[in-house]
Design a protein around this ligand. Structure first.
Ligand code: SAJ
Length: 428
């Protein structure tokens, strides 16, 4: 007799929820995907990807995920996994509205014995003090007894082919042991990476914030070095590569035109704001954020320097910004530094044109040739493989472009300098 498939419901079919839903489907679960975006649901039920990711499209075409906007469908699931975004407002305060709405939408349909897992990134205390009361109130059930609540912070790394949702190690915490056991059993059934049980929800919530704040402060460290070494005439990327020969106690990070994405520039603010409630100021985390937020302006200063060396005023001059996505070879523009670079250039009166092969719908030019045509300077804001391959000194000279600002230090500086092109990197 064929064993009945366990049904799981994934709430939020974005960069986190969709890969998880596809993986669970592949591992033999019956998967219901719930999203508020009707167009995304329609595409998925036609086995089409709502994202540009070709690999994901192929996996979707082979999956049996049932997508819906109807939250009542979660009542048939044994496990409900919430993977909705947790952005920050303009003032960097955490915006829990998507998470609150998701919890309020599923709560009326929670059944006894169900396990609810939060994958969204939240600061310590949110699962117990914010999410649990919503679930209990709207379901008239008791968390930890009638239903179980666990937290397993997402660790998706968009574009990474080595570390994927099926093999990235995870941490899990819960209100109590039964929930922890159920969650461990689920994740061990779909993930080959190590699954580490934590002592409680707060520790688990803190893990994700700490791992991303770690990255943010390390990027800020090299960004500050870049601004300092830029004045000292020292190539910071060579120095970092030298330091990286030390086989222990050093982890290379690299300076750039800014820190984007849905995790790194956002997660530290969760801890900064939460700690304030206990009258503690994370001065160091905040300083790192300020340094990283300076980088788009620093990049535009390099544009001004380059134009100045050619005696060109920026006002009315065409500047090509290459790259809108926040990191290489993805189409995600959340918190992308490019937006600030474009804003500052426009404030100086530049005529800005943009091109990103992964984000064509937002690009003002539709090809590399078009964006470079008649530009007096180009700014590499995203180190897409295409740019590294196609942006050569010959191409620039053919188009009479004599200034290149390499916001990701991804081009061969020496080649451009030899060709008589003004090359300015970030700290090199
Ligand atoms: N960046 C730098 N210098 C660096 C590394 C990154 O300026 O040395 C910039 C990138 O250009 C980008 C931003 O920082 O604008 C974020 O880059 P990222 O490589 O950290 O990419 P993310 O945002 O996709 O980070 C994810 C995170 N994964 C999760 O949150 C689950 C992060 O924890 C990972 O450390 C990161 O991938 C990774 O290691 O690639």
């Amino acid at each position: 007799m064929k064993q009945k498939k366990t049904t799981i419901a994934v709430i939020g079919l974005g960069y986190v929820g969709l890969p998880l839903a596809i993986l669970a489907d592949k591992k033999g679960y019956r998967v219901i995907g719930v999203d508020i975006d009707q167009s995304k649901v329609k595409l998925l039920n036609q086995h089409l990807s709502p994202f540009g990711d070709k690999k994901l499209s192929r996996k979707i075409s082979k999956s049996a995920i049932k997508a819906t906007t109807d939250f009542s469908k979660v009542k048939t699931a044994s496990i409900i996994i919430i993977c909705v975004p947790t952005p920050v407002y303009e003032n960097q305060m955490p915006d829990f509205k998507p998470l609150e709405n998701a919890c309020k939408s599923i709560a009326p349909f929670i059944k006894k014995g169900q396990l609810i897992i939060i994958e969204s990134t939240v600061n310590p205390g949110v699962s117990e003090n914010f999410i649990l009361p919503i679930l209990e109130k709207k379901s008239n059930l008791k968390g930890g007894e009638d239903f179980f609540l666990a937290h397993c912070p997402e660790r998706i790394n968009p574009g990474d082919e080595n570390w994927r949702v099926d093999n990235i190690p995870r941490v899990i915490g819960s209100l109590e042991n039964k929930g922890l056991d159920l969650a461990l059993k689920f994740y061990k059934s779909i993930i080959s990476g190590k699954i580490k049980p934590m002592n409680n929800l707060k520790e688990t919530e803190a893990v994700k914030i700490v791992e991303n704040a770690f990255r943010d402060i390390n990027i800020a460290f090299v960004n500050e070095l870049a601004m300092s070494f830029s004045r000292l005439g020292i190539d910071v990327t060579n120095v970092i590569s030298g330091a990286a020969t030390k086989p222990f106690s050093f982890m290379a990070h690299f300076p750039g035109c800014g820190v984007g994405g849905h995790c790194i520039p956002i997660d530290p603010y969760y801890l900064i704001e939460y700690a304030k409630k206990s009258d503690f100021n994370h001065d160091f985390l905040l300083l790192a954020r300020k340094i990283n937020n300076q980088m788009p302006k620093f990049t535009v200063e390099k544009v001004l320097e380059g134009l100045n060396e050619k005696g060109i005023a920026i006002n009315g001059t065409k500047i090509a910004v290459l790259g809108l996505a926040y990191k290489a070879n993805v189409d995600d523009c959340r918190e992308t530094p490019s937006i600030k670079i474009i804003k500052y250039l426009k404030e100086y009166g530049a005529k800005v044109v943009t091109f990103d092969p992964f984000v064509l719908q937002k690009s003002s030019a539709k090809s590399l040739k078009q964006v470079i045509n008649n530009a007096k300077a180009i700014v590499i804001a995203t180190n897409h493989d295409l740019f590294i391959k196609e942006i050569t000194s010959d191409l620039l000279l053919e188009n009479e472009v004599y200034i290149v600002i390499d916001g990701r230090n991804c081009l061969d500086k020496e080649k451009f300098l030899k060709a008589g092109i003004i090359y300015k990197g970030i700290g090199r």
